[in-house]
Design a binder for this molecule. Structure first.
Ligand code: CA
Length: 524
């Protein structure tokens, strides 16, 4: 048992006894048949996992993923719980999304507008409310915020983006290096924490994966998996961006032009290894070489150019991306097995989500950032035995601002006034409030990949976006143009729609007190 766990046990004696008495009281009152009033929460949060690569979702590659068994455990979770089909982020980037999940606030209010902006000092985060509600909390994996977790009982964090191979974790006692593959180590630490937690108290365990983030290093057990399979190409792989404003033309996230052959696609020669390869042992590098040398030789001999080169890059990128996802899916499977082994399956809410969406070749792109569909969508799957009807597809518009309030309400705690999000618990119970939102607000700031700052709204039918640096607007009618190929902002037949959506955008922007687009707001 770690010293951190021992400290936890010592400090939790009195509260633990209270929980035991409450549990006995519940049993005596015949409440054993109903869901526990203070269920455990396991929140598995991956990095850059697109909705379209989850079998259960019904996205572009879902059928392929079901056939190839890419996400069997995630799909099983969706079958025993529910998934949110209209789930969005407010700023499609790693650190900003994590800060929003933690605070229940949009980026301009929590301070984390870009990868380099720190979280506002002293800001409320949801583990505080969980601790007040008697929960023990643990976070393990990619944290990617310039702070250590407040009011959290156990934490082991990857340093920044972390590494896939032999990662270093930061804990209260300093840095510690672990040997192995990141997704598996994060799972090992999580399972170990579950085994050694204080069994008398409810808990929230946050399992924060690095995978499947760029540079998509797969676990060795999947090096050969999908090798001879063709991944379906998107219709828009060779998009020319006509019908859209200047930002789509000027971005730097095209698979053809930007994705590199070295770290991204790993057409490397021995002796020219990149950082992740340098972390491997000689035997691990040899295993990688044995799996990919023939592929790389064939690629060099083929001298591909133009569309054929883009097609090859797309196939190989997607295979490594899906292999990383398969590793994350394994992790969820192991966590579910552990919950079952500990008899916690029925008393635990299990949530799977990822920090934003991701492009898998749609519009010729990888990466995220835009308010557009593949980027703004977040996978969100919730299993809550006895509460969520198995197989539910929730349609209300939800956002990452809602997570903090949801976790706190599940735990029976209290949130402070002024959060931007609302608890999803009524929706999970099948009782969507009549005043639930019909639009979500979005604001992106980071300068990378040539995507300019923009804000906008996504409603059930439309996406309205303002690229305010160049003062360009776009409007997409998702009913007629689900792939967002043509902006109808200047189409006279949409004039009334534009007016109505601009009023709604203003209502949200003013309501959230977002002035971060103003010239005096310094955003780096
Ligand atoms: Ca991310």
């Amino acid at each position: 048992m770690s010293s951190e766990t021992q400290r936890l046990r010592r400090s939790s004696g009195i509260t633990g006894l209270c929980w035991l008495l409450l549990g006995l009281l519940a049993l005596k009152c015949g409440a054993a048949e109903t869901p526990r009033s203070h269920p455990n929460i396991v929140f598995v949060f991956s990095d850059d996992h697109s909705l379209q690569t989850i079998g259960a979702y019904g996205g572009r590659l879902s059928e392929f993923c079901r056939r190839q068994q890419v996400t069997p455990n995630i799909d099983r979770l969706a079958a025993r719980g529910g998934l949110f089909v209209n789930s969005f982020c407010g700023n499609s980037l790693c650190s900003p999304s994590r800060a929003t999940v933690l605070t229940g606030l949009h980026s301009h209010a929590n301070g984390v507008m870009t990868l380099s902006k720190p979280i506002r000092e002293g800001i409320w985060t949801f583990p505080t409310a969980l601790r007040e509600a008697g929960y023990q909390t643990a976070v393990i994996g990619k944290w990617h915020l310039d702070t250590t977790p407040a009011n959290t009982d156990f934490w082991r964090l990857l340093d920044g983006q972390g590494t896939y191979w032999h990662p270093e974790f930061i804990g209260p006692a300093g840095r510690e290096k672990h040997i192995g593959y990141a997704s598996d180590i994060i799972t090992d630490l999580s399972v170990d924490w579950l085994k050694h937690r204080d069994p008398a108290k409810p808990f929230m365990l946050m399992v924060y994966h690095k995978a499947p983030h760029r540079i998509w290093m797969p676990p060795p057990r999947y090096y050969h998996w999908l090798a001879n399979v063709t991944i379906p190409e998107p219709d828009t792989l060779f998009d020319d961006y006509s019908g859209r404003a200047s930002p789509a033309h000027n971005q730097k996230m095209e698979i053809g032009k930007i994705m590199n052959l070295t770290t991204d696609l790993k057409v490397v020669e021995p002796g020219k290894w990149g950082e992740e390869f340098n972390r491997m042992s000689d035997a691990e590098r040899a295993e990688w070489s044995a799996a990919f040398a023939a592929r790389n030789d064939a690629f060099r001999k083929a001298h591909l150019t133009g569309r054929e080169l883009t097609r090859w890059k797309y196939q190989e990128y997607m295979k490594d991306y899906l292999r990383c996802i398969k590793g994350v899916d394994d992790s969820l499977g192991r966590l579910m097995e552990e919950l079952k082994a500990e008899g916690l399956e029925k008393d635990t809410v299990v949530i799977y989500a990822s920090d934003q969406g991701f492009y898998n070749g749609e519009h010729g792109w990888f990466d995220k950032r835009w308010i557009y569909e593949e980027s703004i969508h977040m996978p969100l799957i919730v299993s809550w035995p006895g509460v969520v009807k198995p197989g539910t597809r929730f349609t209300p518009m939800v956002q990452n601002i809602d997570y903090a309030s949801t976790f706190v309400e599940i735990a029976g705690g209290h949130t402070p006034d002024g959060l931007h999000g609302r608890s999803l618990v009524p929706i999970l119970r099948g009782q969507t409030p009549t005043d639930w939102r019909h639009s979500v607000y979005y604001h992106y700031y980071d300068p990378d990949h040539g995507v300019p700052r923009h804000y906008g709204i996504r409603t059930e039918r439309y996406t309205l976006v303002h690229f305010y640096v160049t003062d360009e607007w776009e409007l997409y009618d998702l009913k007629k143009d689900p792939q967002q190929m043509r902006s109808v902002y200047s189409d006279p037949s949409y004039a009334a729609t534009v007016d109505r959506l601009k009023a709604e955008l203003n209502r949200l922007k003013t309501g959230f007190k977002d002035t971060s687009d103003q010239p005096q707001a310094v955003v780096h």
